[in-house]
Design a protein. Structure first.
Length: 224
């Protein structure tokens, strides 16, 4: 139960920063701000209470609110596993020092810009509850909007697009009044790395430590 609450708190903090960045970039009105509409949609998908969303928008509209910068750091976890760390920070100097420390304490190492990014592809990832979308009716339209791959699981449908088609798919979803659980740009590894169970535990300990940092939004890796 406590682990679930921790994950929820982290998700709410991450979405709150996304809302703040969106408002600072293009204002507090969702109808005039596509990025804010996206953040609000993701907040709803994460079951973030509406009053918390409204409060985040109000805070971001205040001149006293911090300006968050989006920064991506690269490095290697133990056993040479490449890692990308997306951050939203009001103090990049503090953040880079902390991320470097997390890597080194857990047997990893910080890398230079571009050292591992080429092993990942920037991809649009749209997730829907299975009953929220009728693939029989919409599959061809989704492909026209940029869907490269559609995965069906027991309770969820995931649609993948190329980076350049992310906006087209988001427009189609809005125009079709579809309710997504989340719509995000993610780094998907082009290959994966196989390790023993003990080695996987070491890698995940490093990644979990990095994820716990308050400036970290998402951590990507290519561990199979």
């Amino acid at each position: 139960m406590f682990a679930r609450f921790d994950r929820m708190a982290k998700a709410f903090t991450r979405i709150g920063k996304e809302i703040s960045i969106a408002v600072k970039l293009a204002g507090p009105l969702p109808e005039n701000n596509p990025r804010l509409r996206l953040a609000i949609q993701n907040a709803k998908g994460a079951n973030m209470p509406k009053d918390r969303v409204d409060a985040a928008i109000k805070r971001a509209s205040s001149k006293e609110e911090k300006d968050f910068q989006e920064v991506t750091y690269e490095g290697y976890a133990p056993h040479g596993v490449p890692v990308l760390v997306e951050c939203a920070t009001d103090n990049p100097t503090r953040t880079v020092a902390n991320i470097r420390l997390h890597f080194s304490k857990k047997g990893g190492s910080m890398g230079n810009s571009g050292s591992v990014a080429f092993m990942f592809e920037r991809t649009g990832v749209f997730k829907f509850a299975k009953d929220a979308i009728n693939l029989d009716e919409l599959e061809l339209d989704l492909i026209d909007a940029g869907a490269e791959e559609i995965e069906q699981e027991d309770d969820q449908i995931t649609i993948y697009t190329k980076f350049n088609d992310f906006g087209n798919m988001q427009k189609f979803i809005e125009a079709s009044n579809l309710e997504a659980i989340s719509s995000e740009l993610q780094y998907i590894p082009t290959t994966t790395k196989e390790l023993s169970e003990a080695e996987q535990d070491e890698v995940m300990e490093c990644i979990t430590t990095i994820e716990a940092d308050e400036d970290v939004q998402v951590v990507y890796h290519n561990l199979a």
